[in-house]
Ligand binder design. Structure first.
Ligand SMILES: [Zn+2]
Ligand SMILES: [Zn+2]
Length: 315
C-alpha cells in the first residue's frame, strides 16, 4: 500500500513538501524492487506494437514526439530548472514544466535536485549516477530505484519551492503523463474517424506515441548519465570523467558536449564552438528573439582561453 502511495504522491514520506528528504548514505544503496514497476510498465507497453500494428503516420508521430520532448528535457529540466542558464516568466515556466513532464521522467524539482547533486559530487561519493564508481547499468537506470534517490531533496532546490504550482506538479508527477497518454489515445480515435486514410487508431497512437517514443526518449536521455562519463574526448581537465561525444550530441540535441558542460555549467550553450552542434541552444535562441525566454547566459571568454592552454587527453 505504501509503495502505491509513494508512486502516486512523490512527497508521501516527507513531513511536508519543503522538509528535507532522507540523505543518501551507503547503507541505503540497496534497490527497492517495487520501483522497477513504472519502468517495467513502460517497457512492456512497447510490446503492444505486435497487437496494434503500425502506420507511417504513427512512426512519424513517435519520432516527432521524441525530438519535441527531448528538447523539453534538455532546455527546461536541465538548462532551466537545474542550472538556471536563462530566464523566463512564471506562466512560461509552468508551461515548460508541463511540456517536459510529458517525457515521463518524474517532476522538474526531482529531476533538478538529483542533477544538482550530480554536479556537486560528480564521479565522487554522493553522485547519484556515476559509471566510474558503479556499473554502466546502475548509472543508466538502476540509480532511480535506489531508496535514497526516490524523493526530491528540497534542500537543493530552495529557489523553486516558492512556486506552489511547481511543487504540486512535482508531487503528483503521474498526472501529466496520464493526461498525455489519454490525449494520444483520443487523437488516434479522432483521426480514425476524420482521416481513415492515415490507417491509424487510438491504440496505435497510444502505443507508439506514449510507450515506444517515451522508452527511446528515456534511454536517449540516460546516455548522458552513463555513456557521456565513459566514452568521448575531454577538452577540459574537470575533476570528473565527463566527455564530449558528438554522437550523443545528435541523440540529445546538444547534451553530448558534456565535458564542456561540466567545465562551465552556467552557460546556456553546451557546444562551445560553431562545429559543436547544439540544437537546443539554437531553438532557445530563436525563442529569445520572440520574447518567450530571455537573459541567456553566454559561454565565458575564459572557456576559450583555457581550451588553448590545457587541452589534454584523459589519463
Ligand atoms: Zn548539468
Ligand atoms: Zn555529468
Amino acid at each position: 500500500m505504501s509503495t502505491i502511495l509513494k508512486i502516486l504522491d512523490s512527497d508521501y514520506a516527507l513531513k511536508s513538501p519543503t522538509s528535507v528528504a532522507e540523505p543518501s548514505n551507503a547503507s541505503e544503496w540497496s534497490r527497492e524492487w517495487s520501483r522497477w514497476i513504472p519502468f517495467a510498465f513502460l517497457h512492456v507497453g512497447v510490446l503492444g506494437v505486435f497487437f496494434c500494428g503500425w502506420s507511417p503516420f504513427v512512426v512519424g508521430l513517435a519520432l516527432m514526439l521524441y525530438w519535441v520532448r527531448m528538447f523539453a528535457i534538455t532546455a527546461f529540466y536541465h538548462r532551466y530548472f537545474s542550472h538556471r542558464t536563462f530566464k523566463t516568466g512564471r506562466i512560461q515556466q509552468f508551461i515548460f514544466a508541463v511540456w517536459a513532464m510529458t517525457s515521463v521522467q518524474r517532476g522538474p524539482l526531482w529531476w533538478a535536485s538529483h542533477h544538482r547533486r550530480h554536479h556537486r559530487y560528480s564521479d565522487q561519493p554522493g553522485d547519484p549516477h556515476s559509471p566510474v564508481r558503479e556499473s554502466l547499468l546502475q548509472s543508466h537506470i538502476g540509480w532511480m530505484t535506489v531508496p535514497a534517490n526516490l524523493q526530491t531533496d528540497y534542500t537543493l532546490i530552495r529557489d523553486w519551492t516558492r512556486f506552489p504550482e511547481l511543487v504540486w506538479l512535482n508531487r503528483f508527477d503521474w498526472v501529466v503523463p496520464a493526461l498525455y497518454a489519454i490525449a494520444l489515445y483520443a487523437l488516434g480515435a479522432w483521426l480514425e474517424m476524420a482521416f481513415p486514410a492515415l490507417g491509424t487508431n487510438g491504440l496505435q497512437c497510444l502505443i507508439w506515441g506514449f510507450f515506444v517514443s517515451t522508452v527511446i526518449l528515456f534511454h536517449g536521455t540516460c546516455t548522458i548519465n552513463s555513456l557521456s562519463h565513459k566514452f568521448g574526448t575531454r577538452r577540459y581537465n574537470t575533476p570528473d570523467d565527463s566527455r564530449n561525444n558528438p554522437w550523443l550530441a545528435i541523440l540529445t540535441l546538444g547534451e553530448g558536449w558534456h565535458n564542456n558542460h561540466h567545465y562551465y555549467q552556467n552557460s546556456v550553450r553546451q557546444g562551445f564552438f560553431w562545429w559543436e552542434y547544439d540544437v537546443t541552444y539554437y531553438i532557445l535562441k530563436l525563442m529569445s528573439w520572440v520574447g518567450l525566454v530571455h537573459s541567456l547566459n553566454p559561454v565565458p571568454a575564459e572557456a576559450y582561453q583555457v581550451n588553448s592552454k590545457t587541452r589534454r587527453p584523459h589519463p
